[in-house]
Design a protein around this ligand. Structure first.
Ligand code: R1P
Length: 284
């Protein structure tokens, strides 16, 4: 999509009602959304899971790829957003503007595990914290009095959406894979704020993972978007937004193992189906 001249800088929309980043207007996004990070994952889910013989509309703007079609005769949008909380912020705010009524949003991503479970385990985020690097820790004025990373209090996903998502995953994987529920931590870096050691930078993050586990014994996973979804959904003022998130455990941060590409591809597809089942089972 093309976005025309913007009328107002406060919430930028063009004369046709197209929002500035998502590049869509009212009627071009479903109130049921499956969001993923990777563009290829969204295309694969669209091609394999949408009802065949029905209209599918795909648009792309500013890195947001939107595929709107039907799953079992229910309209659904699959949206890839790339990585990080600002991209989730765009999706939830601009997506809210172009839809009507209650929304249901499910994120399906990949993550690292804080528990020693096999890679390829599926995790549902009951609740979520945000980990932010605080650059003031390194400022000459603070003489190391400011902690290098801040861990927020937890925000919960929508109880009903989380339960439906957990049930859909349990049914889909039917004992073939472990499905766990726990606390997810969303980080503002894949590297420093997720406790990865990088000798090229001064990160002061050796204690980060132990301190997450200590402050949140239920901590299961680490990724980069879910907190923004849960926080904004909970703070929606006009209509409810029912949010839940599932992840494929790609990296085990305890044993340092990493899932192979073929297994990942199959889990993307099967988990994507479970997400769509959960989305269409929501009465909005
Ligand atoms: C990092 O590799 C990316 O993968 C995870 C993280 O949240 C981050 O976006 O999710 P996706 O696979 O959905 O992108």
């Amino acid at each position: 999509g093309d976005v025309g001249n913007i009328g107002n800088a406060n919430f930028p929309v063009d004369a046709d009602g197209v929002v500035y980043h998502l590049g869509v207007k009212k009627g071009q996004l479903s109130q049921r959304i499956l969001t993923v990070g990777d563009y290829g994952r969204a295309i694969k889910l669209r091609d394999h899971l949408f009802d065949t013989g029905k209209k599918v509309v795909t648009s792309e703007h500013r890195g947001f790829h939107i595929h709107t079609g039907e799953y079992k005769n229910v309209p659904v949008s699959i949206v890839s957003i790339g990585m990080g909380t600002p991209m989730m912020d765009f999706l939830v705010r601009e997506g809210r503007y172009v839809t009507e009524g209650t929304m249901a949003i499910v994120r399906y991503g990949t993550c690292g595990s804080l528990r020693d479970v096999p890679v390829g385990t599926l995790a549902i985020a009951k609740e979520c914290v945000l980990i932010r690097r605080n650059p003031d820790h390194w400022h000459a004025d603070s003489s190391n009095q400011v902690k290098p990373y801040d861990i927020s209090k937890a925000v919960k996903g929508d109880t009903e959406m989380v339960e439906k998502l957990t049930n859909a995953f349990t049914t889909e994987f039917n004992g073939r894979r472990q499905v766990i529920q726990g606390l997810n931590a969303t980080a503002d870096s894949f590297y420093s704020s997720q406790g990865r050691q990088d000798s090229n930078f001064d990160d002061h993050n050796q204690e980060l993972i132990p301190s997450i586990i200590q402050t949140h014994p239920d901590a299961a996973t680490l990724e980069m978007e879910t907190f923004q979804l849960y926080h904004l959904a909970e703070r929606s003022t006009v209509e409810p937004i029912k949010a839940a998130a599932a992840t494929i455990i790609l990296a085990n941060r305890v044993s340092n193992s990493f899932l192979g590409n073929d297994e990942k591809a199959q889990l993307e597809l099967d988990g994507g189906r479970a997400c769509l089942e959960a989305l269409i089972s929501m009465k909005l």
